[in-house]
Ligand binder design. Structure first.
Ligand SMILES: [Zn+2]
Length: 271
């Protein structure tokens, strides 16, 4: 049972974690106890449902769904789904940009369950859609919650996901054809991946790089992350329901052989 196995993994992580807070600092006596702790918390789905017509990268074809068998006619229902790997809320493995680095199936399951750090800049983004994350944003988080833990998943909260499923609102293109949406910055990514030792990161927009850069097909920040042989998640949802610290994130996706990306299911468990 995959689900049971994932729960055991979650339970072990919580039991052993130095970032658990309060009463959870004492390791539970058993995995069953650890599971009970996890199940007593709130679950937040950080995933958009995907379907034909959802917002997607300008170079990608739309999804098609073909019904092959129906319950009425055949006694069971089977659909054929045709979509690119980078569809909806999705995982970008290192091999998305770099030949020879990890593909979807090579991502370690231990790197799919992590402490969740949320850098909340949604108010700054509301004032400036071109906002990029600054070192001050990270310093300010660490002043409140302590050093970003090694092995964390760092999510950039912009509330941009509230524009879903309006493709034009997500792209936010002006009359001159320039996209205006927020993004990461190189100093922040270097600090997180090279110094803090985080495992992965994610955001609500279609891209790691801000719209001002992707307008000119500059995807250098995404290339940087994936070049460190770490993966990222794009088009996250519901980060406004997750605290800045104290949560865990659980990321799953199908094990596509030699896969260059795929829709993901992303769930936060929060205090
Ligand atoms: Zn992507």
């Amino acid at each position: 049972m995959q689900t049971a196995r994932q729960w055991l993994a979650a339970a072990v992580a919580l039991a052993l974690s130095p970032w658990a807070s309060g009463a959870e600092k004492t390791a539970p006596a058993s995995l069953t106890d650890a599971l009970a702790v996890i199940q007593s918390h709130r679950f937040i789905d950080l995933t958009h449902s995907f379907a034909p017509g959802i917002p997607h990268w300008k170079g990608a074809p739309n999804e098609t769904v073909k019904t092959l068998y129906t319950v009425d006619k055949d006694g069971f229902r089977i659909n054929e789904y045709c979509h690119i790997g980078q569809w909806g809320t999705h995982v970008d493995p290192p091999a998305h940009f770099h030949t020879g680095l990890h593909t979807v199936d090579q991502i370690d399951p231990k790197e799919m369950l992590m402490p969740l750090v949320v850098i909340d800049v949604h108010e700054k983004v509301a004032k400036n859609p071109d906002y990029v994350l600054s070192l001050d944003d990270i310093r300010s988080w660490e002043q409140r919650h302590g050093r970003i833990p090694r092995g964390a998943f760092v999510a950039m909260r912009t509330d941009w996901s509230k524009r879903w499923p309006d493709d034009a609102a997500l792209a936010n293109k002006d009359a001159a054809g320039v996209f205006h949406y927020p993004g990461w910055s190189k100093p922040v990514l270097k600090l997180l991946y090279e110094d803090r030792g985080i495992t992965a990161s994610g955001h609500e927009t279609t891209d790691t790089d801000p719209g001002a850069a992707t307008t000119h097909d500059d995807y250098s920040l995404e290339s940087y992350i994936l070049g460190t042989n770490h993966y990222q998640i794009e088009l996250l949802a519901n980060l406004d329901q997750v605290p800045e610290s104290g949560g865990i994130i659980w990321i799953t996706f199908p094990k596509v052989e030699n896969g260059s990306g795929f829709p993901a299911r992303v769930i936060a468990v929060v205090p």
